[in-house]
Design a protein around this ligand. Structure first.
Ligand SMILES: [Zn+2]
Length: 436
């Protein structure tokens, strides 16, 4: 059994202390002087050790749309980015994970290809509600171990249609009864339809205008109020705007059990970047104005309690159809989540290391009831680690991403702060190659 020596761990703010951690049978068993004396020593050369990153929102598309992404490539990207656990979405799997047979079908397919630990989201779509057994399906999925149920207020997918607000009432009422968390893609269809009528072109700016901030705020308010009424626990995925985060904050203050996540693209880019970069940055909801982006930063660690990627690559052909409106919405992200937090958060003095630890791991583990098994640096917890060099400079090269999707809006940008090693359940699973 190994002891990791010459590591630093975060104490508070940006303060760190030297430490040693002994691992055995996949768990942390001792710290510092309590580490067994005859262990195999792993010299970590003064790297910073963070709890393994949790990405609570990935679309590894397996089984199903595997020309876009599969679990092999998606999870290889995860470990190259210090991500030790992903929560994979139910909607971009075929068949969608809305019942236990689909759950086990997916699990059996991905287990042999998973480089990282994972949990699965279940889902509830308008189609799954057509079954008179829909409540049984939810309950069986809960018992099978899904971490929550993804739903859409606005969906572009034929295989996973959106819920009406009336349907949300029924679903959230039942979710409250059996105490499961419901994830919400929050864009109001009526606001989007009205906005879409007003645009005339098919440029990136038209696309952004067709899915305004108001759609996000309205959907959060409507679903949030239903959740408050029936006592359900909800989580707003990929919050794209400061105004959306502000609405979550308002609902939290009213006592609604609601949380929010956001993604690097919404914190790093604006509509101007979308116009400049084109469909590589196209996602739904779209990136927003500078003002909304800065306001979103102000809610990080408050109503926005963790980061996620909404990792969703596609083929080059789907991304570049010749018409921006029909280009695929989504981008790979899992490999760059922690590097993003180090470069844009720590190095730009927007986040401390302590905050990064919470935003990339601890807060998600807590919200989804995986803490302290996941993310705690204490004895008995899973030995899942990301080892980081805060000072390494390197240029992002989309071609080198492990994902099947060889594109990213961060392409060509110089980052500071690299993931050097990733450990999962006491085993080293990734080591960054030194540049020759
Ligand atoms: Zn998503």
């Amino acid at each position: 059994m190994p002891t990791l020596e010459n590591i630093k761990i975060v104490t508070s703010g940006n303060d760190t202390r030297p430490a040693k951690i002994a691992v055995e049978n996949g768990k942390i068993v001792a710290f510092d002087d309590a580490c067994p004396k005859n262990n195999e020593i792993v010299d970590c050369k003064n790297l910073l050790l963070l709890p393994g990153v949790i990405d609570p929102h990935t679309h590894f598309d397996d089984p199903g749309y595997t020309w876009r992404e599969d679990f092999y490539h998606g999870s290889l990207g995860a470990i190259a980015g210090g991500v030790t656990t992903v929560f994979d979405m139910p909607c971009t799997t075929v068949p969608p994970v809305t019942n236990v047979s689909a759950f086990y079908n997916k699990k059996d397919t991905i287990i042999p290809n998973a480089w990282c630990d994972f949990r699965l989201w279940g889902g509830v779509s308008a189609e799954s509600l057509d079954s008179p057994l829909w409540k049984n399906h939810i309950e069986q999925l809960k018992n099978a171990g899904v971490i929550g149920f993804k739903t859409y207020v606005l969906s572009g997918m034929d295989t996973f249609p959106q819920l009406s607000y009336d349907e949300y009432y029924d679903v959230l009422k039942f979710a409250a009864e059996i105490d499961v968390l419901v994830g919400v893609h929050a864009e109001d269809p009526e606001v989007v339809n009205n906005a879409a009528k007003k645009i005339s072109g098919d440029s990136p700016a038209d696309f952004a205008a067709s899915r305004p901030v108001e759609a996000e705020v309205t959907a959060i308010r409507r679903v949030g109020e239903i959740a408050g009424e029936v006592g359900a626990k909800i989580h707003i995925v990929h919050v794209s705007s400061g105004s959306g985060a502000e609405e979550i904050d308002r609902l939290q203050k009213l006592g609604v059990n609601i949380s929010g996540e956001t993604c690097p693209q919404y914190l790093a880019f604006t509509i101007d970047d979308l116009c400049r970069l084109g469909s590589v940055l196209k996602c739904a909801p779209p990136v927003r104005s500078e003002e909304e982006k800065e306001k979103l930063w102000s809610y990080i660690g408050k109503s926005i309690s963790f980061l996620a990627t909404d990792h969703a690559p596609c083929s080059q052909k789907e991304k570049n159809t010749g018409n921006f409106m029909s280009d695929y919405c989504g981008m790979p992200g899992v490999e760059l989540l922690l590097p993003f937090a180090l470069n844009y958060g720590y190095h730009q003095e927007k986040l401390t290391l302590e905050q990064i630890q919470k935003l990339t791991s601890e807060n998600a583990a807590k919200r989804f009831n995986l803490f302290p098994q996941k993310s705690a640096l204490e004895t008995g917890a899973d030995a899942d680690f990301a080892l980081v060099n805060l000072d390494t400079m390197y240029k992002i090269d989309a071609e080198k991403l492990k994902s099947k999707g060889k594109f990213t809006p961060f392409n060509g940008i110089t980052f500071c702060g690299s993931v050097e090693q990733t450990w999962i359940q006491g085993e080293p699973v990734f080591k960054r190659q030194e540049k020759k």
